[in-house]
Structures are given as structure tokens and as C-alpha cells.
Design a protein around this ligand. Structure first.
Ligand SMILES: N[C@@H](CCC(=O)N[C@@H](CS)C(=O)NCC(=O)O)C(=O)O
Length: 229
């Protein structure tokens, strides 16, 4: 049995992290048996992040490594894709995970109106009298890393403008049900999980409103969730 170490459900999603949701989708797509184990503190994980899977006492951390492990067991998430499509898939995954994801983080951690809800959802286990103090110490380096990478320096309007061409590119690719036709592939697990994260942010943000208002993207996320969760 495979155990998926994941964050708790949050904001109507099966996990607070889009990467944990991606891992759930990959496990389901691979058709393997798995069970979730909820962690709130990832510091003991190999990369101090989630998701990870535990198989026969061994930890495999990071959703891309989980994918590689499943592929090593015989899964092929992109079975009908040409080499060219597989290359495009890789680029889409990077766009979703190394760019769009940080907009989810900026909305949830960087927006002062959203932060109190994020804090109480993610860190509700910390006693209230010390929660503000403890979580400020966790929030600060997250904000600093967003500033360091650049998007933390943008106004919300500039940030939406930076995400917009990516969102449009995803919508433009959705001629079929999924990114590469009528069957879900690995790229759908990565892209839909990040879009779902944007949509699930519980307080209105420019980005959340943009994605929630886009019927093509909303219907796409719904289809991927129905197929893979
Ligand atoms: N590249 C990793 C990213 C995972 C990731 O960023 N996880 C975040 C939650 S979305 C995390 O656990 N962060 C904890 C921390 O940075 O302290 C993957 O694909 O699994």
C-alpha cells in the first residue's frame, strides 16, 4: 500500500497544496491503491515540503519524483502523446508549477485581506493566543521569497497582467476536453491543480476572480477533478 503524506483538505479542496492534489491525481491515474496520511508540519520530510509518498517504509518526496516513481512501476501518464506533445506537456507543467503556483502563494500568503483566513485554516492547530506571533514568523520568509523572485514586487494589477497570458494559453489549448485531447494526461494534473488553487482562495482577489469568471477554465477544472479525484 502507498501512503500519500499530504496536507489537510482546505478551501473546499482535498488538500491545501496544489502539489498534493496533483499527486492524488497521478496516483489515481496510475490506478494504484493509496491512502492519505495528513501532516501539518512538513519539516521532517526530505525537502521539508509535501507531498511525499511512503512505500515499504521508504519516502519519495516531491510530486515530480512521485511521478517518476510511478513511471518506474509502469505508469505512462502520456501514453498517446507524441514526442512533441510530451515536450509541450513538460513546458506546461513548468509554467503551472514554477510560475502560476507562486501567484496562488502570493494571493494566500501575501494579500493582507486573505492572510487571516489562510492563517486560521492552515494553522488552526496553533493555540489562538500565540497563533499570530508564530505564524508571522512563518509568513515572513514566504513574503521575502516572493519579493526575491520578483512577483512579490508587483501590484495586484501587475501580477494579474503577468499571469494573464499563461491563463489565456491554457484556455487556447482547450479545444478538447483536456489539454491534449479527450483523455487526461500528466499536464492536466499539474495545470488543473494550480487553477483549482486559484479558484479556491476564499477571499476575492483579482486572480481568483479572473479564473472563477472564466467558464472555459472553470469547466476544465471540473472535468479534471471528476476524471482524476
Ligand atoms: N516541487 C514540489 C513543491 C511542493 C511544495 O511547494 N509544497 C509546499 C506546499 S504547496 C510546501 O510543502 N511548503 C512547505 C514549506 O515550504 O515550508 C513538488 O512538486 O512536490
Amino acid at each position: 500500500m502507498i501512503t500519500l503524506l499530504t496536507y489537510a483538505p482546505a478551501f473546499g479542496q482535498p488538500a491545501a497544496s496544489p502539489f498534493c492534489i496533483k499527486a492524488m491525481m497521478l496516483l489515481n491515474m496510475a490506478g494504484v491503491q493509496w491512502t492519505p496520511e495528513i501532516l501539518s508540519d512538513p519539516r521532517k520530510m526530505p525537502y521539508a515540503k509535501l507531498p511525499a509518498i511512503r512505500v515499504d517504509g521508504r519516502l519519495i518526496a516531491d510530486s515530480d519524483n512521485i511521478r517518476a516513481w510511478l513511471e518506474g512501476q509502469g505508469a505512462d501518464f502520456d501514453v498517446e502523446l507524441s514526442l512533441r506533445d510530451r515536450a509541450h506537456s513538460r513546458a506546461l507543467i513548468r509554467m503551472a508549477e514554477e510560475h502560476l503556483y507562486f501567484h496562488v502563494v502570493a494571493d494566500r500568503w501575501g494579500d493582507d485581506a486573505v492572510w487571516p483566513v489562510t492563517r486560521d485554516t492552515y494553522f488552526g492547530m496553533i493555540p489562538k493566543p500565540i497563533r499570530g506571533f508564530v505564524t508571522n514568523g512563518i509568513r515572513k520568509p514566504v513574503i521575502a521569497s516572493l519579493r526575491q523572485m520578483g512577483i512579490g514586487r508587483f501590484t495586484p494589477t501587475e501580477r494579474l497582467a503577468r499571469a494573464e497570458p499563461d491563463l489565456q494559453a491554457i484556455a487556447d489549448l482547450l479545444g478538447g476536453l483536456f489539454l491534449f485531447g479527450d483523455k487526461p494526461t500528466a499536464a492536466d494534473a499539474s495545470v488543473a491543480a494550480q487553477l483549482a488553487g486559484m479558484m479556491a482562495t476564499p477571499i476575492a482577489t483579482l486572480l481568483g476572480d479572473r479564473v472563477r469568471g472564466d467558464k472555459v477554465l472553470v469547466d476544465y477544472v471540473k472535468r479534471v477533478n471528476e476524471a482524476l479525484l
